[in-house]
Design a protein around this ligand. Structure first.
Ligand SMILES: C[S@@+](CC[C@H](N)C(=O)[O-])C[C@H]1O[C@@H](n2cnc3c(N)ncnc32)[C@H](O)[C@@H]1O
Length: 229
């Protein structure tokens, strides 16, 4: 009887020790968020200069500009750099925050950004920010109503980024999809249930030439659509 009890106690001790060992491999409660929060590391002086301006826009110019959040900017850079984008077209420049994130990728690939803004004041601030970040040479900023102005684009693009009037996304898609290269991406910001235009969502999810996923849906909602090869 005594031996049976000792065996049971020993078994419990071993299980507790094993469980503790397993738990020790993972982050402690409360540390998880910190573990998965990475800071952007500048690889060069060029990146450092760009990141300084992005930080300044984020800290001091965010009010009323509707710029994408930091992590969304990082996603844009990551997508652009990973497909080796050479030409990004952005609808909705605002003061240039997302555009500068794209430029972080484009300056590596020798690429360029064409960006559209209807508001003259924001366009002027964007020009200033592009200059301060040292990426103005990569950027063509077209001022005016993008629904009209995009008709002038004749060049192929690797990425079409939609971040202006939400009810206009379908029109931009219809006008510019033929110019997105096979293997290129259409990225749509603010694809949450309350903000997305259902007509756009249907257009990118019901077309067999396209493959679409919605990321970051618990935050801003980003539609990423691949134009199949
Ligand atoms: C959400 S903000 C863009 C934010 C920017 N992409 C960023 O993350 O830094 C949308 C911008 O689109 C512009 N916009 C709205 N309708 C437009 C149109 N028809 N043509 C061009 N720009 C437009 C607005 O003036 C506004 O600055």
């Amino acid at each position: 009887m005594q031996t049976q009890i000792s065996r049971a106690v020993l078994g419990i001790i071993i299980m507790v020790l094993l469980a503790a060992g397993v738990c020790a491999q993972g982050p402690r409660p409360g540390e998880e968020k910190k573990l998965f929060t990475s800071k952007v590391q500048a690889k060069s002086d060029t990146e450092k200069k760009i990141l300084t301006v992005l930080e300044d826009i984020s800290q001091n110019q965010r009010r009323g500009t509707m710029s994408v959040p930091l992590d969304d900017g990082r996603i844009l850079r990551l997508l652009a750099e990973s497909i080796g984008a050479k030409h990004v077209v952005e609808i909705g420049t605002s003061v240039g925050y997302s555009g500068i994130w794209f430029c972080m990728a484009l300056q590596q690939a020798g690429g360029k950004l064409t960006t559209f803004e209807i508001d003259a004041n924001r366009a002027a601030r964007a020009r200033e920010n592009f200059k301060r970040a040292g990426v103005d040479g990569l950027v063509t900023l077209i001022e005016g109503n993008a629904h009209e102005e995009v008709k002038k684009i004749k060049e192929q693009m690797d990425i079409l980024f939609l971040d202006a009037d939400k009810e206009g996304y379908l029109d931009y898609l219809n006008k510019l999809l033929p110019l997105v290269r096979p293997g290129g991406l259409i990225i749509a910001h603010n694809m949450t249930r309350s903000m997305a235009d259902p007509r756009y969502v249907k257009a990118v999810t019901n077309n067999p030439d396209l493959e679409t996923l919605f990321l970051n849906m618990e935050a801003s909602g980003i539609g990423v659509t691949l134009k199949k090869r």
